[in-house]
Ligand binder design. Structure first.
Ligand SMILES: Cc1cc2nc3c(=O)[nH]c(=O)nc-3n(C[C@H](O)[C@H](O)[C@H](O)COP(=O)(O)OP(=O)(O)OC[C@H]3O[C@@H](n4cnc5c(N)ncnc54)[C@H](O)[C@@H]3O)c2cc1C
Length: 372
């Protein structure tokens, strides 16, 4: 049987391995990191599927793909549970957008953007007065006198998702090769040449009929103008407070969020810095994130810090994803800060345009929704 080699086991690679295996394909997945120490942006991400919160900062194509992904994720997770017995937590309580009173200009700008996109009166966009903010999220600080509840935004438990995808894929025969760094020959020889050539893993040529390059930011050697954008996050534990949905703070210098991650844990993030530096979180970023935490939920001042983490988002110049076929290699990349928002919709597109049999069309007719 023809083998499909997937290069990179982050978000896109993991989803593809499972979908292809379930269609009876023979799949080998090569991942540079070790099995127990994931390095993917997918692992670091907050995994919000938040097209409404992102609308004012993303391309219309990304927004529309996000709407489609909101429809596809629940179906995919249902199938994943059938395949591996793991129910991945999927939050559907929307996100809550807040601004400190001194930053209400940011809120008015958000409103102006939503009005331009004819979304301000959308059924899933609800303005809240201060008392309504507290009715929705009682632990939010009293100084927030208004907010927006973006009711259709969602969030997926990415770490259990990645484990579940691996479990399902392996049960269907996908062979995983960890600690396996894959490159084109020209990279191994230190040459700049993006045209063709074989794929090698640790000096050995990989034999496969088709390759899918999903190496995130490390695919720079094959994709022009791909860059990494540094994102820093921190995790805290605070079982005493009970935030139900992602809180997003509008601020003139940074936009940060606080995401409930279950069992009293919260993820706070993320910076967005034009740098490919993977070194630990800076003091400045830590202070900005912690001050956002304090501003949003003062009762979290006694929260315990669990970890600081850094990773790189793979980004293109226009911040839209890139799908390109060159000889026998399909590259899927540039998902930037929208991997979870985009992935199911992108897979559907790959199925239609690049003849990858992923059985995504199964959902097509049943789910079409008019968001106009
Ligand atoms: C801090 C942060 C927060 C984020 N929050 C969100 C969010 O809330 N919502 C959202 O939609 N998106 C979010 N994202 C973006 C999302 O994580 C990415 O868009 C997504 O993970 C990209 O998927 P990918 O598969 O292309 O790359 P990755 O997930 O990075 O996977 C690439 C994989 O390839 C492997 N690899 C690299 N080089 C090689 C090689 N030479 N050989 C073999 N394997 C290799 C890597 O180890 C990795 O496992 C966030 C990202 C960050 C960093």
């Amino acid at each position: 049987m023809n083998t499909i080699a997937i290069l990179g086991g982050g978000l896109v690679g993991s989803l593809l391995a499972w979908r292809l295996a379930r269609q009876g394909k023979k799949v080998h997945l090569y991942e540079a990191a070790s099995e127990n120490a994931p390095q993917s942006a997918a692992y670091t991400a907050a995994a919000m599927i938040a097209p409404f919160a992102e609308r004012s900062v993303c391309h219309p194509d990304v927004f529309n793909a996000g709407l489609r992904s909101l429809e596809l994720w629940p179906e995919l997770l249902k199938e994943l549970e059938q395949d591996c017995g793991v129910k991945v937590r999927y939050q559907t309580q929307g996100s809550l957008l807040l601004a400190h009173p001194s930053d209400y200009a940011e809120m008015r700008q958000f409103e102006a953007d939503m009005r331009i996109h004819q979304l301000l009166n959308h059924v899933s966009v609800q303005h809240l007065a201060g008392s309504e903010v507290r009715a929705v999220e009682p632990d939010v600080a009293a100084h927030f006198t208004e907010g927006y509840w973006l009711k259709n935004d969602a969030q997926v438990d990415n770490r259990s998702l990645l484990l579940a995808l691996k479990k399902a894929a392996q049960s269907m025969g996908v062979e995983y090769y960890f600690n396996s760094q894959v490159n084109k020959d020209h990279v191994n020889k230190g040459q700049v040449n993006k045209d063709g050539g074989d794929w090698f893993c640790d000096g050995t040529k990989i034999n496969a009929e088709r390759f899918i390059d999903t190496r995130g930011v490390n695919a720079k050697s094959e994709i022009n103008n791909l860059r990494g954008v540094r994102g820093e996050v921190l995790w805290v534990s605070c079982p005493e407070v009970n935030i139900q949905r992602p809180l997003r703070l509008l601020h003139p210098r940074y936009h940060l969020y606080l995401v409930p991650r279950g069992e009293g844990r919260y993820q706070l993030g993320a910076t967005e810095i034009e740098s490919e530096d993977r070194s630990p979180v800076s003091v400045r970023s830590a202070m900005e994130m912690l001050s956002a935490l304090w501003t949003l939920v003062p009762s979290m001042s006694e929260a315990r810090i669990l970890s600081f983490e850094t990773n790189l988002r793979p980004a293109t110049p226009d911040h839209k994803p890139i799908i390109q076929q060159h000889e026998n290699t399909l590259s899927i990349n540039g998902l930037f800060r929208h991997g979870y928002l985009l992935a199911p919709a992108l897979l559907e597109r790959c199925e239609k345009e690049y003849s990858l049999n992923l059985n995504m069309s199964l959902f097509a007719n049943a789910l079409e929704t008019d968001y106009a």
